[in-house]
Design a protein. Structure first.
Length: 296
C-alpha cells in the first residue's frame, strides 16, 4: 500500500476527535499509525496470495509433465501439456486480476477519505466536492468490477437507511456523508467479502501446493539411489511443511478487521464511538499487523 492508505483511519480519527470528546493528539497519532500498518500488512497478504496462486499452478504443471512420460517437442503429449498450461494460466490470470482490482479498490477508498479530510477543512468546498464525486464514481466502478470478478455472488447491499448522522457534524462534510454513507458502507463490505472469499479459495491451493512440493522436494530425493545431504533434506522438508501455514488465518483476520472497521465508520458518524472502544481496536489491529509481519 502507499502512504495514502492510512487516510481511511485518519478521517475516522478526525471525526472522533470532533464529536466524541476524544481529543488526545497522541491517541489520534496511534490510530493513524495503526491504520497505516494494517494497510501494509493487508497488502503483504495480497502479495502472498499472488505467489501462492502462481506457485500452485507451476507445481501442477511440473507434476503433469512428470506423469506424462517421455515425449517429443511437437508430439501429441507435448501439445496436451501446452494446452494444460494455457488452461491453468488463464485461471491464474483471473485470480491475479481479482487481486489487482482489490488493490485498486482499496486505493480509491483511501483517496476518497483523503479528499473527505480536505473537504472538512476546505475554503473552496465546491472544488473539493467535485474531486470527491469523481473518486466516488471510480470507487463504485471498481466495486462493480470486483463483484463481477468474484467467483462467488456478492449482492449490492440495500441502502443503510438507519444510519443517522450525529447532529454535531455539519457543513460540507455533513452533506457529503449524508449523500455517500451508504456507498462507503457498501464498498468496505465488498472488500471484506472478496478478501474472505480469497482466503477460502487459497486454502485449497495451499494444500495442493504443499502436497506437490512435498513429493517433488522431499519424497523423490529420499527414494532415489543417490545419497542425499541430510541437513539440506531436513531443511527442505521443514520449509515445505511450514510454508504458508498462517496465510489463511491472516487473510481471514484481515477480513474480520474490515468488518469491524466498517462498524467503526458507522459508529463514528453516529457519535457512538468511545475513546475506550477506539483504544481497544488500536491494540487489536497492531497485534494483527505484528502477526502478519512476524514471519516475513
Amino acid at each position: 500500500m502507499t502512504k495514502k492508505n492510512h487516510k481511511t483511519w485518519v478521517v475516522i480519527a478526525i471525526i472522533v476527535t470532533t464529536i466524541s470528546g476524544c481529543r488526545s493528539t497522541d491517541e489520534y497519532k496511534k490510530f493513524a499509525e495503526a491504520g497505516k500498518t494494517f494497510a501494509e500488512a493487508t497488502n503483504s497478504l495480497l502479495g502472498d496470495a499472488e505467489q501462492i496462486t502462481i506457485n500452485t499452478t507451476s507445481e501442477r504443471l511440473l507434476s503433469y509433465r512428470i506423469t506424462s512420460g517421455k515425449f517429443q517437442p511437437n508430439d501429441e503429449v507435448a501439445q496436451k501439456l501446452v494446452n494444460h498450461y494455457n488452461e491453468l494460466s488463464e485461471k491464474d490470470k483471473e485470480r491475479l486480476e481479482l487481486i489487482n482490482e482489490l488493490r485498486k479498490h482499496n486505493q480509491f477508498l483511501q483517496d476518497y477519505f483523503s479528499k473527505l479530510i480536505e473537504l472538512a477543512g476546505s475554503d473552496s468546498p465546491d472544488r473539493s466536492k467535485a474531486a470527491v464525486e469523481s473518486i466516488a464514481n471510480s470507487l463504485q466502478n471498481s466495486g462493480n468490477k470486483l463483484v463481477s470478478l468474484s467467483p462467488i455472488k456478492i449482492d449490492r447491499l440495500l441502502s443503510v437507511t438507519k444510519i443517522v448522522l450525529d447532529a454535531r457534524i455539519n457543513g460540507a462534510i455533513k452533506e457529503e456523508l449524508q449523500k455517500r454513507k451508504d456507498t462507503i458502507y457498501q464498498e468496505i463490505t465488498i472488500q471484506e467479502k472478496v478478501l474472505k472469499e480469497l482466503g477460502e479459495s487459497l486454502e485449497g491451493d495451499i494444500k495442493t501446493l504443499r502436497n506437490l512440493q512435498e513429493y517433488r522436494l522431499v519424497v523423490q530425493p529420499l527414494t532415489q539411489p543417490e545419497e542425499v545431504n541430510a541437513d539440506t533434506w531436513i531443511e527442505a522438508r521443514y520449509n515445505v511443511m511450514t510454508r504458508n501455514a498462517d496465510v489463511i488465518t491472516k487473510i481471514n483476520d484481515a477480513s474480520d478487521k474490515l468488518a469491524k472497521f466498517k462498524e467503526f465508520f458507522i459508529a463514528s458518524i453516529e457519535g457512538d464511538l468511545t475513546s475506550k472502544r477506539l483504544h481497544d481496536f488500536i491494540q487489536e489491529t497492531n497485534s494483527f499487523s505484528a502477526f502478519v509481519f512476524e514471519q516475513k
